[in-house]
Design a binder for this molecule. Structure first.
Ligand SMILES: [Zn+2]
Length: 309
């Protein structure tokens, strides 16, 4: 009897203990445990799969396995060769593409200057790193019907037809607003630029020459799209000087040239970009759209194209 009572007591107290256990907690911890196990088994599965496959590769000594391995090596080898060839081809293509994008026909031996492939385009871009093909002379050079400083038969009166027409419109509008401009220097041949450059080197030194004049082939004047402009009542002493910007002609030109497709090619404070000192008199035709963008953004042609050479 005592034994029965004891057993009953044990039964009841164990039931009570079970009932008092916080069910939620046990459930939660179970779930956590289960989740942890799930996660671990997932990770293990991945690890196992990986190690399995590597084991197969490493330990499979069957003929088939060896053959497969050889095949793999073989295709891997040609794959790498292909890759190298492909890379080289891509690099060549990139280089070609870059040349095309930048309108470079070739790099000149000796000087390292980049020869442009579009000398006849109104968008041609030359500077101290980019030159026109040696001896290039633009087609259809004409004398714009404006006031000229140069003598009647001087080739510096000339510009390409498209630029000459735009210059006539610019001068006409200026005149209508009481601005008296004069054309000083337009087209300059390769040979003439060579004479000017060499003269400057001899008389003013290399550094000065490189600051103010262009190496033959790198002058915008050779494109037939540029014109140096002055104020009609200037004397020879003040023509093509920075003080032009302070004249009403210089001020007008800076604010209005873009409406006629011209830019001030070498603006103030940008000589580190253009390579040239400020030249408020040098305008270059590039078309109204680009000229206006360059004017509005207050940038140089270098910045417009986004590359220096
Ligand atoms: Zn000029």
């Amino acid at each position: 009897m005592k034994k029965t009572i004891f057993l009953l007591f044990v039964l009841v107290s164990s039931l009570l203990l079970t009932a008092c256990q916080p069910d939620n907690l046990s459930q939660d911890s179970d779930q956590h445990q289960q989740k942890e196990l799930d996660d671990r088994s997932k990770e293990d599965d991945i690890d196992l799969e990986e190690s399995d496959s590597s084991n197969n590769k490493n330990n499979d000594n069957s003929d088939q396995g060896q053959e497969e391995e050889k095949n793999n090596e073989g295709s891997k080898g040609t794959g790498e060769e292909h890759k190298n060839e492909e890379q080289e081809n891509n690099e060549q293509k990139d280089e070609e593409q870059t040349k095309q994008d930048k309108h470079i026909a070739a790099v000149e031996e000796g000087t390292g200057l980049h020869i442009v492939d579009n000398p006849g385009s109104t968008k041609v871009y030359v500077n101290k790193q980019r030159k026109l093909p040696t001896g290039y002379t633009p087609d259809n050079l004409v004398v714009p019907d404006v006031a000229h400083y140069a003598a009647k038969d001087d080739p510096k009166r000339q510009m390409r037809q498209v630029a000459a027409t735009a210059l006539e419109a610019l001068f006409a509008e200026a005149k209508a607003q009481g601005i008296d401009l004069i054309a000083v220097s337009g087209f300059r041949s390769y040979n003439r630029q060579k004479i000017i450059y060499n003269y400057n080197v001899e008389n003013k030194g290399q550094e000065h020459a490189d600051k103010y004049s262009a190496k033959p082939g790198t002058s915008e004047h050779q494109t037939g799209l540029a014109m140096d402009v002055g104020s009609a009542n200037e004397t020879a002493a003040t023509l093509l000087e920075e003080s032009f910007r302070q004249t009403s002609e210089g001020a007008w030109l800076a604010e209005n040239a873009h409406d006629f497709g011209f830019i001030i090619r070498y603006p103030e404070g940008k000589s580190n970009i253009t390579g040239y000192n400020y030249e408020p008199w040098h305008i270059r035709y590039i078309g109204e759209e680009i000229a206006t963008e360059i004017y509005n953004k207050d940038i140089t042609l270098e910045e417009y194209f986004g590359y220096g050479y």
